[in-house]
Design a protein around this ligand. Sequence first.
Ligand code: B12
Ligand code: SF4
Length: 539
Amino acid sequence: MKLLFVNPSLRPDAPHRYLPVGLGYVVTAVKEAGFDFDLLDIDISKYTDDYVEKYLIENNFDVIAIGSIVTHYKWIKWFIHTAKQHNPGCKIIVGNSVGSSISEVLFAKSPVDIIIVNEADDTIIEVLNAINHNSSLGQVVEPIEKIPHNNGDFPACVKGIGIEGIVFRDQYNRIVNNGRRKAIKRIDDLPYPDWDIFDVDEYLKVSPFGETNVWKYPKEEAVMFPINTARGCVFKCTFCHYVFWNDPYRHRSPESVIGEIKRNQEKYGANAFSFWDELTFHKLGPTEKFIDALLDADLGIHWTCAIRTDLIGKDIDDKGNEIPYERRLTLARKMVESGCVSVGGSLESGNDEILKTMNKRIKAEYFINQIKIAREVGLVINTSLVIGYPEETKETIAETMKMCDKAKVYPSPGFLLPLPETGMWDYAIENGHITDVDKFLTDMTERQDIVLNMTKMSDKEIMDETLSGLGKLNKKFGNLNKGKLIKSGGYYKHSKHQITKQQNKKVKHIVDNRMLKIVESDETIKESLNYATVSDTLK
Ligand code: B12
Ligand code: SF4
Protein backbone atom coordinates (compact mmCIF):
# COMPACT_ATOMS: atom_id res chain seq x y z
CA MET A 1 0.00 0.00 0.00
CA LYS A 2 1.48 3.34 -1.04
CA LEU A 3 0.62 5.83 1.64
CA LEU A 4 1.11 9.60 1.77
CA PHE A 5 0.66 11.97 4.70
CA VAL A 6 0.32 15.65 3.91
CA ASN A 7 1.07 18.54 6.24
CA PRO A 8 -0.74 21.55 4.79
CA SER A 9 0.20 25.17 5.45
CA LEU A 10 -2.32 27.15 7.47
CA ARG A 11 -0.47 30.42 7.02
CA PRO A 12 1.69 30.15 3.89
CA ASP A 13 2.80 33.78 4.11
CA ALA A 14 3.83 33.72 7.76
CA PRO A 15 7.57 33.85 8.46
CA HIS A 16 7.30 31.23 11.19
CA ARG A 17 6.50 27.54 11.16
CA TYR A 18 5.84 25.16 14.05
CA LEU A 19 6.07 21.40 14.30
CA PRO A 20 2.55 20.03 13.79
CA VAL A 21 1.74 18.28 17.07
CA GLY A 22 -1.54 16.61 15.97
CA LEU A 23 -0.05 15.18 12.77
CA GLY A 24 3.06 14.31 14.78
CA TYR A 25 1.01 12.01 17.02
CA VAL A 26 -0.75 10.45 14.05
CA VAL A 27 2.34 9.65 11.97
CA THR A 28 4.16 8.36 15.06
CA ALA A 29 1.32 5.89 15.70
CA VAL A 30 1.38 4.86 12.04
CA LYS A 31 5.16 4.38 12.05
CA GLU A 32 4.99 2.34 15.26
CA ALA A 33 2.29 0.15 13.69
CA GLY A 34 4.82 -0.73 10.97
CA PHE A 35 3.47 1.18 7.97
CA ASP A 36 5.81 2.83 5.47
CA PHE A 37 4.73 6.20 4.19
CA ASP A 38 5.85 9.38 2.45
CA LEU A 39 5.38 12.81 3.97
CA LEU A 40 4.64 15.85 1.84
CA ASP A 41 5.37 18.68 4.25
CA ILE A 42 3.97 21.66 2.41
CA ASP A 43 4.27 23.88 5.46
CA ILE A 44 8.01 23.67 6.08
CA SER A 45 8.99 23.34 2.42
CA LYS A 46 6.71 26.23 1.41
CA TYR A 47 5.49 24.29 -1.61
CA THR A 48 3.17 26.24 -3.89
CA ASP A 49 -0.16 24.84 -5.03
CA ASP A 50 1.40 24.29 -8.48
CA TYR A 51 4.16 22.22 -6.91
CA VAL A 52 1.63 20.18 -4.92
CA GLU A 53 -0.38 19.47 -8.05
CA LYS A 54 2.74 18.46 -9.99
CA TYR A 55 3.72 16.15 -7.12
CA LEU A 56 0.29 14.51 -7.23
CA ILE A 57 0.58 14.08 -11.00
CA GLU A 58 4.03 12.53 -10.77
CA ASN A 59 3.42 10.25 -7.78
CA ASN A 60 0.75 7.66 -7.32
CA PHE A 61 -0.69 6.67 -3.96
CA ASP A 62 -3.26 4.18 -2.71
CA VAL A 63 -4.05 6.32 0.33
CA ILE A 64 -3.56 10.02 1.02
CA ALA A 65 -4.19 11.33 4.55
CA ILE A 66 -4.43 15.00 5.44
CA GLY A 67 -5.75 16.96 8.42
CA SER A 68 -6.36 20.58 9.28
CA ILE A 69 -8.64 22.91 11.17
CA VAL A 70 -11.98 24.06 9.85
CA THR A 71 -10.78 27.52 8.76
CA HIS A 72 -8.73 25.72 6.13
CA TYR A 73 -11.85 24.30 4.41
CA LYS A 74 -11.39 26.07 1.06
CA TRP A 75 -7.85 24.83 0.52
CA ILE A 76 -8.59 21.32 1.80
CA LYS A 77 -11.49 21.07 -0.66
CA TRP A 78 -9.12 22.10 -3.47
CA PHE A 79 -6.57 19.54 -2.33
CA ILE A 80 -9.05 16.66 -2.23
CA HIS A 81 -10.36 17.45 -5.72
CA THR A 82 -6.82 17.77 -7.11
CA ALA A 83 -5.59 14.59 -5.45
CA LYS A 84 -8.56 12.59 -6.76
CA GLN A 85 -8.19 14.04 -10.23
CA HIS A 86 -4.60 12.79 -10.51
CA ASN A 87 -4.88 9.66 -8.31
CA PRO A 88 -8.48 8.60 -9.05
CA GLY A 89 -8.10 5.19 -7.42
CA CYS A 90 -6.72 6.44 -4.12
CA LYS A 91 -8.60 6.70 -0.85
CA ILE A 92 -8.55 10.13 0.74
CA ILE A 93 -8.64 10.30 4.52
CA VAL A 94 -9.27 13.61 6.28
CA GLY A 95 -8.70 14.27 10.00
CA ASN A 96 -9.03 17.14 12.51
CA SER A 97 -11.91 19.63 12.62
CA VAL A 98 -12.07 20.30 8.86
CA GLY A 99 -13.34 16.72 8.72
CA SER A 100 -14.85 16.06 12.15
CA SER A 101 -16.99 19.16 12.56
CA ILE A 102 -18.40 19.40 9.02
CA SER A 103 -18.58 15.81 7.74
CA GLU A 104 -21.87 16.34 5.88
CA VAL A 105 -20.47 19.38 4.06
CA LEU A 106 -17.11 17.88 3.11
CA PHE A 107 -18.72 14.71 1.76
CA ALA A 108 -21.23 16.73 -0.27
CA LYS A 109 -18.66 19.16 -1.64
CA SER A 110 -15.65 16.91 -2.25
CA PRO A 111 -14.82 13.33 -3.23
CA VAL A 112 -13.36 12.56 0.24
CA ASP A 113 -13.59 8.85 1.17
CA ILE A 114 -13.10 8.68 4.93
CA ILE A 115 -13.23 11.23 7.72
CA ILE A 116 -11.57 10.34 11.00
CA VAL A 117 -13.70 11.94 13.66
CA ASN A 118 -11.86 13.54 16.57
CA GLU A 119 -8.99 11.69 18.23
CA ALA A 120 -7.17 9.87 15.46
CA ASP A 121 -4.25 8.06 17.14
CA ASP A 122 -5.93 4.62 17.28
CA THR A 123 -8.55 5.05 14.56
CA ILE A 124 -6.01 5.70 11.81
CA ILE A 125 -4.34 2.32 12.44
CA GLU A 126 -7.63 0.44 12.20
CA VAL A 127 -8.55 2.31 9.02
CA LEU A 128 -5.18 1.65 7.36
CA ASN A 129 -5.32 -2.03 8.34
CA ALA A 130 -8.82 -2.32 6.86
CA ILE A 131 -7.73 -0.67 3.58
CA ASN A 132 -4.56 -2.77 3.47
CA HIS A 133 -6.48 -6.03 3.94
CA ASN A 134 -9.39 -4.89 1.83
CA SER A 135 -11.73 -5.48 4.75
CA SER A 136 -14.89 -3.60 5.62
CA LEU A 137 -14.91 -0.18 7.30
CA GLY A 138 -18.46 -0.83 8.45
CA GLN A 139 -22.03 -1.19 7.27
CA VAL A 140 -25.26 0.74 7.41
CA VAL A 141 -27.54 -0.11 10.34
CA GLU A 142 -31.00 -1.22 9.20
CA PRO A 143 -33.60 0.28 9.33
CA ILE A 144 -31.78 3.34 8.06
CA GLU A 145 -31.41 6.05 10.67
CA LYS A 146 -30.35 9.56 9.74
CA ILE A 147 -28.04 11.42 12.12
CA PRO A 148 -29.24 14.99 12.74
CA HIS A 149 -26.77 17.83 12.21
CA ASN A 150 -26.68 21.61 12.19
CA ASN A 151 -24.54 22.18 9.11
CA GLY A 152 -27.21 23.55 6.79
CA ASP A 153 -29.26 21.49 4.37
CA PHE A 154 -26.61 18.98 3.37
CA PRO A 155 -27.76 15.35 3.40
CA ALA A 156 -27.42 13.74 6.83
CA CYS A 157 -25.09 10.81 7.42
CA VAL A 158 -26.71 7.47 8.10
CA LYS A 159 -25.94 5.40 11.16
CA GLY A 160 -23.40 2.66 10.64
CA ILE A 161 -21.54 0.05 12.61
CA GLY A 162 -17.89 -0.84 12.15
CA ILE A 163 -14.63 0.94 12.86
CA GLU A 164 -15.59 3.45 15.52
CA GLY A 165 -14.81 7.13 15.02
CA ILE A 166 -15.13 7.34 11.25
CA VAL A 167 -17.55 8.61 8.63
CA PHE A 168 -17.12 7.02 5.21
CA ARG A 169 -18.63 6.80 1.74
CA ASP A 170 -19.88 3.28 1.03
CA GLN A 171 -20.17 1.52 -2.35
CA TYR A 172 -23.71 2.93 -2.80
CA ASN A 173 -22.43 6.47 -2.20
CA ARG A 174 -24.14 6.63 1.19
CA ILE A 175 -22.34 8.60 3.89
CA VAL A 176 -22.08 6.28 6.85
CA ASN A 177 -21.26 7.44 10.37
CA ASN A 178 -20.04 4.63 12.62
CA GLY A 179 -20.45 6.72 15.77
CA ARG A 180 -18.00 8.02 18.30
CA ARG A 181 -14.97 6.18 19.56
CA LYS A 182 -14.23 6.34 23.27
CA ALA A 183 -11.41 8.71 24.09
CA ILE A 184 -8.00 7.20 24.82
CA LYS A 185 -8.00 6.84 28.60
CA ARG A 186 -4.36 7.20 29.51
CA ILE A 187 -2.74 9.70 27.21
CA ASP A 188 0.48 8.98 29.12
CA ASP A 189 0.62 5.74 27.18
CA LEU A 190 0.84 7.48 23.80
CA PRO A 191 4.34 7.51 22.35
CA TYR A 192 6.07 10.89 22.27
CA PRO A 193 5.75 12.46 18.80
CA ASP A 194 8.64 11.16 16.70
CA TRP A 195 10.01 14.40 15.28
CA ASP A 196 12.58 12.53 13.18
CA ILE A 197 9.77 11.99 10.67
CA PHE A 198 9.88 15.75 10.02
CA ASP A 199 12.73 18.02 8.99
CA VAL A 200 13.43 19.14 12.55
CA ASP A 201 16.45 21.26 11.65
CA GLU A 202 14.43 23.30 9.17
CA TYR A 203 11.59 23.72 11.68
CA LEU A 204 13.96 24.90 14.38
CA LYS A 205 15.28 27.61 12.07
CA VAL A 206 11.80 29.10 11.75
CA SER A 207 10.20 28.30 15.15
CA PRO A 208 11.34 31.24 17.25
CA PHE A 209 10.71 31.38 20.96
CA GLY A 210 9.34 34.90 20.84
CA GLU A 211 10.06 35.65 24.49
CA THR A 212 12.79 38.11 25.32
CA ASN A 213 12.76 37.83 29.10
CA VAL A 214 14.68 34.57 29.35
CA TRP A 215 17.36 34.27 32.01
CA LYS A 216 18.35 30.63 32.10
CA TYR A 217 20.44 30.99 28.94
CA PRO A 218 21.13 33.75 26.40
CA LYS A 219 17.92 34.38 24.46
CA GLU A 220 19.61 33.70 21.09
CA GLU A 221 20.18 30.13 22.28
CA ALA A 222 16.49 29.32 22.76
CA VAL A 223 15.40 26.15 20.94
CA MET A 224 11.63 25.89 21.05
CA PHE A 225 9.47 22.76 20.89
CA PRO A 226 5.70 22.51 21.21
CA ILE A 227 4.32 19.91 23.57
CA ASN A 228 0.83 18.62 24.24
CA THR A 229 0.22 18.09 27.96
CA ALA A 230 -3.57 17.68 28.04
CA ARG A 231 -6.47 16.87 25.77
CA GLY A 232 -9.87 18.50 26.00
CA CYS A 233 -11.20 21.04 28.42
CA VAL A 234 -13.61 21.03 31.37
CA PHE A 235 -15.45 24.11 30.10
CA LYS A 236 -17.76 24.65 27.14
CA CYS A 237 -17.45 28.22 25.90
CA THR A 238 -19.92 29.08 23.18
CA PHE A 239 -17.30 30.35 20.69
CA CYS A 240 -14.96 27.39 21.03
CA HIS A 241 -14.63 23.99 19.39
CA TYR A 242 -11.77 21.52 19.16
CA VAL A 243 -11.70 17.84 18.27
CA PHE A 244 -11.67 16.55 21.87
CA TRP A 245 -14.88 18.50 22.60
CA ASN A 246 -16.97 15.44 23.48
CA ASP A 247 -14.16 13.60 25.23
CA PRO A 248 -13.34 13.83 28.93
CA TYR A 249 -10.58 16.19 30.00
CA ARG A 250 -7.32 14.28 30.36
CA HIS A 251 -3.93 15.56 31.36
CA ARG A 252 -0.62 13.78 31.27
CA SER A 253 1.25 13.02 34.47
CA PRO A 254 4.15 15.35 35.31
CA GLU A 255 6.51 12.40 34.80
CA SER A 256 5.29 11.84 31.26
CA VAL A 257 5.58 15.52 30.29
CA ILE A 258 9.01 15.80 31.92
CA GLY A 259 10.05 12.63 30.08
CA GLU A 260 9.18 14.19 26.73
CA ILE A 261 10.92 17.45 27.68
CA LYS A 262 14.08 15.49 28.55
CA ARG A 263 13.86 13.49 25.34
CA ASN A 264 13.66 16.74 23.35
CA GLN A 265 16.51 18.26 25.35
CA GLU A 266 18.79 15.30 24.79
CA LYS A 267 17.86 14.60 21.20
CA TYR A 268 17.30 18.05 19.76
CA GLY A 269 18.90 20.47 22.23
CA ALA A 270 15.50 21.88 23.19
CA ASN A 271 15.41 24.36 26.05
CA ALA A 272 12.10 26.21 25.51
CA PHE A 273 8.63 24.69 25.42
CA SER A 274 5.18 25.88 24.41
CA PHE A 275 2.37 23.91 25.98
CA TRP A 276 -0.17 23.57 23.19
CA ASP A 277 -3.37 22.47 24.80
CA GLU A 278 -6.94 23.58 25.07
CA LEU A 279 -6.49 23.71 28.84
CA THR A 280 -3.09 22.98 30.34
CA PHE A 281 -4.03 23.63 33.98
CA HIS A 282 -7.61 23.11 35.08
CA LYS A 283 -7.32 23.68 38.84
CA LEU A 284 -4.88 24.64 41.54
CA GLY A 285 -4.09 21.21 43.09
CA PRO A 286 -2.88 19.38 39.97
CA THR A 287 -1.15 22.54 38.74
CA GLU A 288 0.82 22.83 41.99
CA LYS A 289 1.79 19.17 41.70
CA PHE A 290 2.95 19.66 38.11
CA ILE A 291 4.96 22.80 38.87
CA ASP A 292 6.60 21.19 41.92
CA ALA A 293 7.64 18.26 39.73
CA LEU A 294 9.07 20.68 37.13
CA LEU A 295 11.04 22.45 39.87
CA ASP A 296 12.34 19.17 41.26
CA ALA A 297 13.42 18.09 37.79
CA ASP A 298 15.46 21.33 37.51
CA LEU A 299 15.43 21.19 33.71
CA GLY A 300 16.94 24.60 32.96
CA ILE A 301 14.13 25.31 30.50
CA HIS A 302 11.79 28.17 29.77
CA TRP A 303 8.17 27.58 28.95
CA THR A 304 4.88 29.28 28.06
CA CYS A 305 1.26 28.25 28.22
CA ALA A 306 -2.26 29.65 28.21
CA ILE A 307 -4.26 29.83 31.43
CA ARG A 308 -7.80 30.78 32.28
CA THR A 309 -8.13 33.82 34.52
CA ASP A 310 -9.72 31.73 37.26
CA LEU A 311 -6.57 29.68 37.87
CA ILE A 312 -4.83 32.38 39.88
CA GLY A 313 -7.36 35.22 39.57
CA LYS A 314 -10.37 33.62 41.24
CA ASP A 315 -10.47 34.53 44.91
CA ILE A 316 -13.72 32.91 46.11
CA ASP A 317 -14.64 29.35 45.14
CA ASP A 318 -18.10 28.24 43.99
CA LYS A 319 -19.06 27.34 47.58
CA GLY A 320 -18.20 30.85 48.77
CA ASN A 321 -14.89 29.90 50.44
CA GLU A 322 -11.87 32.12 50.05
CA ILE A 323 -9.05 30.83 47.82
CA PRO A 324 -6.05 32.18 49.71
CA TYR A 325 -4.05 34.88 47.94
CA GLU A 326 -0.81 33.41 49.29
CA ARG A 327 -1.54 30.05 47.69
CA ARG A 328 -2.11 31.62 44.27
CA LEU A 329 0.89 33.88 44.63
CA THR A 330 3.13 30.96 45.59
CA LEU A 331 1.97 29.02 42.57
CA ALA A 332 2.70 31.93 40.22
CA ARG A 333 6.10 32.42 41.82
CA LYS A 334 6.94 28.76 41.39
CA MET A 335 5.81 28.91 37.78
CA VAL A 336 8.35 31.65 37.14
CA GLU A 337 10.98 29.80 39.09
CA SER A 338 10.47 26.70 36.99
CA GLY A 339 11.05 28.78 33.86
CA CYS A 340 7.62 30.11 32.86
CA VAL A 341 8.19 33.39 31.04
CA SER A 342 4.72 34.32 29.92
CA VAL A 343 1.17 33.09 29.89
CA GLY A 344 -1.71 33.77 27.54
CA GLY A 345 -4.71 34.92 29.56
CA SER A 346 -8.38 34.95 28.70
CA LEU A 347 -10.16 38.16 29.56
CA GLU A 348 -12.21 37.73 26.33
CA SER A 349 -14.59 40.53 27.35
CA GLY A 350 -14.66 43.20 30.02
CA ASN A 351 -18.42 42.84 30.31
CA ASP A 352 -19.69 40.20 32.74
CA GLU A 353 -23.00 39.74 30.88
CA ILE A 354 -21.15 38.91 27.65
CA LEU A 355 -18.87 36.58 29.60
CA LYS A 356 -22.04 34.78 30.72
CA THR A 357 -23.28 34.41 27.14
CA MET A 358 -19.86 33.03 26.29
CA ASN A 359 -20.41 30.49 29.08
CA LYS A 360 -16.89 31.38 30.12
CA ARG A 361 -17.68 30.99 33.83
CA ILE A 362 -15.33 33.76 34.83
CA LYS A 363 -15.72 37.37 35.89
CA ALA A 364 -13.77 40.15 34.18
CA GLU A 365 -12.34 41.13 37.56
CA TYR A 366 -10.46 37.79 37.78
CA PHE A 367 -8.16 39.09 35.07
CA ILE A 368 -7.17 42.05 37.21
CA ASN A 369 -6.57 39.76 40.20
CA GLN A 370 -4.44 37.51 38.00
CA ILE A 371 -2.41 40.40 36.62
CA LYS A 372 -1.73 41.71 40.08
CA ILE A 373 -0.21 38.38 41.12
CA ALA A 374 1.65 37.97 37.84
CA ARG A 375 3.24 41.40 38.15
CA GLU A 376 4.30 40.65 41.69
CA VAL A 377 6.30 37.64 40.52
CA GLY A 378 7.51 39.01 37.18
CA LEU A 379 5.33 36.92 34.90
CA VAL A 380 4.28 38.46 31.57
CA ILE A 381 0.58 38.09 30.81
CA ASN A 382 -1.24 38.58 27.52
CA THR A 383 -4.86 38.13 26.72
CA SER A 384 -7.16 37.33 23.88
CA LEU A 385 -10.41 39.21 23.25
CA VAL A 386 -13.54 38.02 21.49
CA ILE A 387 -15.39 41.08 20.23
CA GLY A 388 -18.75 40.90 18.46
CA TYR A 389 -21.17 38.77 20.48
CA PRO A 390 -24.73 39.71 19.52
CA GLU A 391 -25.06 41.80 22.73
CA GLU A 392 -21.91 43.80 21.95
CA THR A 393 -22.32 47.58 21.82
CA LYS A 394 -19.92 50.50 21.63
CA GLU A 395 -20.20 50.71 25.41
CA THR A 396 -19.26 47.06 26.00
CA ILE A 397 -16.28 47.34 23.64
CA ALA A 398 -15.20 50.43 25.60
CA GLU A 399 -15.61 48.44 28.84
CA THR A 400 -13.32 45.72 27.50
CA MET A 401 -10.69 48.26 26.46
CA LYS A 402 -10.97 49.92 29.87
CA MET A 403 -10.26 46.60 31.53
CA CYS A 404 -7.13 46.17 29.38
CA ASP A 405 -6.11 49.69 30.34
CA LYS A 406 -6.60 48.88 34.01
CA ALA A 407 -4.52 45.72 33.56
CA LYS A 408 -1.89 47.55 31.49
CA VAL A 409 -2.05 44.90 28.81
CA TYR A 410 -2.21 45.28 25.06
CA PRO A 411 -4.56 42.45 24.02
CA SER A 412 -4.68 40.05 21.12
CA PRO A 413 -8.00 41.24 19.69
CA GLY A 414 -10.26 39.05 17.63
CA PHE A 415 -13.84 39.07 16.42
CA LEU A 416 -16.36 36.35 17.09
CA LEU A 417 -15.83 33.69 14.41
CA PRO A 418 -18.68 31.20 14.58
CA LEU A 419 -17.15 27.76 14.07
CA PRO A 420 -19.16 24.60 13.34
CA GLU A 421 -20.33 22.67 16.39
CA THR A 422 -20.14 25.71 18.66
CA GLY A 423 -23.01 27.40 20.48
CA MET A 424 -22.50 30.51 18.35
CA TRP A 425 -22.60 28.45 15.14
CA ASP A 426 -26.01 27.12 16.18
CA TYR A 427 -27.11 30.67 16.99
CA ALA A 428 -25.91 31.94 13.60
CA ILE A 429 -27.67 29.14 11.69
CA GLU A 430 -30.89 29.34 13.72
CA ASN A 431 -31.12 33.12 13.36
CA GLY A 432 -30.46 33.11 9.64
CA HIS A 433 -27.01 34.75 9.83
CA ILE A 434 -25.50 31.83 7.92
CA THR A 435 -27.65 30.56 5.08
CA ASP A 436 -25.09 29.10 2.68
CA VAL A 437 -22.78 26.96 4.82
CA ASP A 438 -20.40 26.01 1.99
CA LYS A 439 -19.97 29.65 1.00
CA PHE A 440 -19.50 30.75 4.60
CA LEU A 441 -16.83 28.12 5.21
CA THR A 442 -15.14 28.83 1.90
CA ASP A 443 -14.93 32.57 2.56
CA MET A 444 -14.06 32.24 6.25
CA THR A 445 -10.73 33.75 7.21
CA GLU A 446 -9.50 34.33 10.75
CA ARG A 447 -10.71 35.81 14.02
CA GLN A 448 -8.76 38.98 13.25
CA ASP A 449 -11.33 39.79 10.51
CA ILE A 450 -15.01 40.59 10.98
CA VAL A 451 -16.20 37.45 9.22
CA LEU A 452 -19.82 37.62 10.38
CA ASN A 453 -21.39 40.55 12.16
CA MET A 454 -24.27 39.47 14.42
CA THR A 455 -24.40 42.67 16.49
CA LYS A 456 -26.71 45.63 15.97
CA MET A 457 -23.71 47.78 14.94
CA SER A 458 -22.35 48.15 11.42
CA ASP A 459 -18.95 46.58 10.61
CA LYS A 460 -17.53 50.09 10.49
CA GLU A 461 -18.87 50.97 13.91
CA ILE A 462 -17.39 47.81 15.47
CA MET A 463 -14.07 48.36 13.75
CA ASP A 464 -13.89 52.08 14.60
CA GLU A 465 -14.70 51.50 18.26
CA THR A 466 -12.22 48.62 18.47
CA LEU A 467 -9.45 50.55 16.72
CA SER A 468 -10.06 53.63 18.80
CA GLY A 469 -9.70 51.59 22.02
CA LEU A 470 -6.66 49.73 20.71
CA GLY A 471 -5.05 52.97 19.54
CA LYS A 472 -5.20 54.35 23.07
CA LEU A 473 -3.83 51.14 24.57
CA ASN A 474 -1.06 51.06 21.99
CA LYS A 475 0.01 54.56 22.92
CA LYS A 476 0.36 53.50 26.52
CA PHE A 477 1.60 49.91 26.38
CA GLY A 478 2.17 48.83 22.81
CA ASN A 479 4.68 49.56 20.15
CA LEU A 480 2.75 48.65 17.04
CA ASN A 481 2.39 50.38 13.71
CA LYS A 482 -1.09 51.80 13.15
CA GLY A 483 -1.99 49.13 10.60
CA LYS A 484 -1.01 46.32 12.97
CA LEU A 485 -3.31 47.07 15.87
CA ILE A 486 -5.44 44.01 15.17
CA LYS A 487 -3.12 41.72 13.23
CA SER A 488 -0.43 42.40 15.77
CA GLY A 489 1.52 39.25 14.94
CA GLY A 490 3.06 37.94 18.14
CA TYR A 491 2.55 38.99 21.72
CA TYR A 492 6.13 39.79 22.45
CA LYS A 493 6.00 42.88 20.24
CA HIS A 494 3.53 44.53 22.53
CA SER A 495 4.27 42.94 25.90
CA LYS A 496 7.75 44.25 26.34
CA HIS A 497 6.57 46.82 28.83
CA GLN A 498 5.73 43.98 31.18
CA ILE A 499 9.19 42.52 31.14
CA THR A 500 11.10 42.68 34.37
CA LYS A 501 14.23 44.48 33.34
CA GLN A 502 15.73 47.92 33.07
CA GLN A 503 17.19 49.66 30.10
CA ASN A 504 20.65 48.31 29.23
CA LYS A 505 21.31 47.10 32.73
CA LYS A 506 21.46 43.67 34.19
CA VAL A 507 18.89 43.53 36.93
CA LYS A 508 18.49 40.96 39.57
CA HIS A 509 15.06 39.87 40.57
CA ILE A 510 14.41 37.81 43.64
CA VAL A 511 11.94 35.03 43.11
CA ASP A 512 11.27 32.84 46.08
CA ASN A 513 14.68 33.66 47.56
CA ARG A 514 16.50 32.54 44.46
CA MET A 515 18.37 34.97 42.26
CA LEU A 516 17.22 34.92 38.67
CA LYS A 517 19.46 36.63 36.20
CA ILE A 518 17.55 38.70 33.67
CA VAL A 519 19.39 39.03 30.39
CA GLU A 520 20.58 42.32 28.96
CA SER A 521 18.34 44.16 26.59
CA ASP A 522 19.09 46.43 23.67
CA GLU A 523 15.59 47.74 23.41
CA THR A 524 14.57 51.37 23.42
CA ILE A 525 13.31 53.02 26.56
CA LYS A 526 9.79 53.10 25.17
CA GLU A 527 9.84 49.36 24.62
CA SER A 528 11.16 48.74 28.07
CA LEU A 529 8.61 50.70 30.07
CA ASN A 530 8.62 48.58 33.10
CA TYR A 531 5.25 48.25 34.72
CA ALA A 532 6.12 44.87 36.14
CA THR A 533 8.74 46.22 38.47
CA VAL A 534 6.85 49.33 39.45
CA SER A 535 5.48 48.32 42.79
CA ASP A 536 1.89 49.18 43.63
CA THR A 537 1.05 49.37 39.90
CA LEU A 538 -2.35 47.90 40.47
CA LYS A 539 -3.06 48.74 44.04
C1 B12 B 1 -0.88 25.26 17.91
C2 B12 B 1 -2.17 25.86 17.44
C3 B12 B 1 -2.12 26.71 16.35
C4 B12 B 1 -0.84 26.97 15.58
C5 B12 B 1 -0.67 25.81 14.57
C6 B12 B 1 0.77 25.47 14.35
C7 B12 B 1 0.97 24.04 13.97
N1 B12 B 1 1.91 23.84 13.11
O1 B12 B 1 0.31 23.15 14.46
C8 B12 B 1 -1.15 28.33 14.91
C9 B12 B 1 -0.61 29.45 15.77
C10 B12 B 1 -0.63 28.52 13.49
C11 B12 B 1 -2.68 28.36 14.98
C12 B12 B 1 -3.42 29.23 14.24
C13 B12 B 1 -4.80 29.27 14.29
N2 B12 B 1 -5.62 28.52 15.07
CO1 B12 B 1 -4.96 27.22 16.31
N3 B12 B 1 -4.51 26.09 17.72
C14 B12 B 1 -3.40 25.56 18.09
C15 B12 B 1 -3.63 24.71 19.35
C16 B12 B 1 -3.30 25.57 20.57
C17 B12 B 1 -2.85 23.43 19.48
C18 B12 B 1 -3.01 22.43 18.33
C19 B12 B 1 -2.45 21.13 18.79
O2 B12 B 1 -1.28 20.89 18.61
N4 B12 B 1 -3.26 20.29 19.47
C20 B12 B 1 -2.86 19.02 20.05
C21 B12 B 1 -3.11 17.84 19.11
C22 B12 B 1 -2.77 16.53 19.78
O3 B12 B 1 -4.48 17.83 18.77
P1 B12 B 1 -4.99 17.99 17.26
O4 B12 B 1 -4.11 18.94 16.54
O5 B12 B 1 -6.42 18.28 17.28
O6 B12 B 1 -4.73 16.53 16.63
C23 B12 B 1 -5.57 15.41 16.79
C24 B12 B 1 -6.75 15.33 15.80
O7 B12 B 1 -7.19 16.58 15.34
C25 B12 B 1 -6.26 14.46 14.69
N5 B12 B 1 -5.46 15.02 13.60
C26 B12 B 1 -4.70 16.13 13.57
N6 B12 B 1 -4.03 16.19 12.41
C27 B12 B 1 -4.34 15.11 11.68
C28 B12 B 1 -3.91 14.68 10.43
C29 B12 B 1 -4.42 13.49 9.90
C30 B12 B 1 -3.95 13.03 8.58
C31 B12 B 1 -5.38 12.74 10.63
C32 B12 B 1 -5.93 11.51 10.08
C33 B12 B 1 -5.80 13.18 11.89
C34 B12 B 1 -5.28 14.35 12.42
O8 B12 B 1 -5.44 13.54 15.39
C35 B12 B 1 -4.71 14.22 16.42
C36 B12 B 1 -4.45 13.29 17.57
O9 B12 B 1 -5.64 12.72 18.06
C37 B12 B 1 -5.15 24.42 19.21
C38 B12 B 1 -5.85 24.07 20.49
C39 B12 B 1 -5.77 22.57 20.64
N7 B12 B 1 -5.34 22.11 21.75
O10 B12 B 1 -6.04 21.82 19.71
C40 B12 B 1 -5.66 25.64 18.48
C41 B12 B 1 -6.80 25.45 17.47
C42 B12 B 1 -6.51 24.24 16.64
N8 B12 B 1 -6.69 26.65 16.64
C43 B12 B 1 -7.83 27.13 16.28
C44 B12 B 1 -8.00 28.30 15.51
C45 B12 B 1 -9.42 28.80 15.36
C46 B12 B 1 -6.91 28.92 14.92
C47 B12 B 1 -6.97 30.15 14.04
C48 B12 B 1 -8.05 30.10 12.97
C49 B12 B 1 -7.12 31.36 14.97
C50 B12 B 1 -7.33 32.65 14.25
N9 B12 B 1 -6.33 33.45 14.20
O11 B12 B 1 -8.39 32.93 13.78
C51 B12 B 1 -5.56 30.18 13.40
C52 B12 B 1 -5.56 29.56 12.00
C53 B12 B 1 -5.08 30.46 10.99
C54 B12 B 1 -5.67 30.15 9.63
N10 B12 B 1 -4.98 30.57 8.61
O12 B12 B 1 -6.73 29.58 9.51
C55 B12 B 1 -8.96 26.32 16.83
C56 B12 B 1 -9.59 25.43 15.77
C57 B12 B 1 -11.07 25.49 15.83
C58 B12 B 1 -11.74 24.54 14.89
N11 B12 B 1 -12.95 24.19 15.25
O13 B12 B 1 -11.22 24.16 13.89
C59 B12 B 1 -8.27 25.54 18.00
C60 B12 B 1 -8.87 24.16 18.30
C61 B12 B 1 -8.34 26.45 19.25
C62 B12 B 1 -9.76 26.73 19.67
N12 B12 B 1 -10.32 25.96 20.56
O14 B12 B 1 -10.36 27.67 19.19
N13 B12 B 1 -3.15 27.45 15.88
S1 SF4 C 1 -12.22 28.71 25.21
FE1 SF4 C 1 -10.76 27.70 26.55
S2 SF4 C 1 -11.92 27.34 28.44
FE2 SF4 C 1 -13.41 27.74 26.85
S3 SF4 C 1 -14.01 25.70 26.08
FE3 SF4 C 1 -12.37 26.51 24.75
S4 SF4 C 1 -10.49 25.67 25.59
FE4 SF4 C 1 -12.07 25.48 27.19
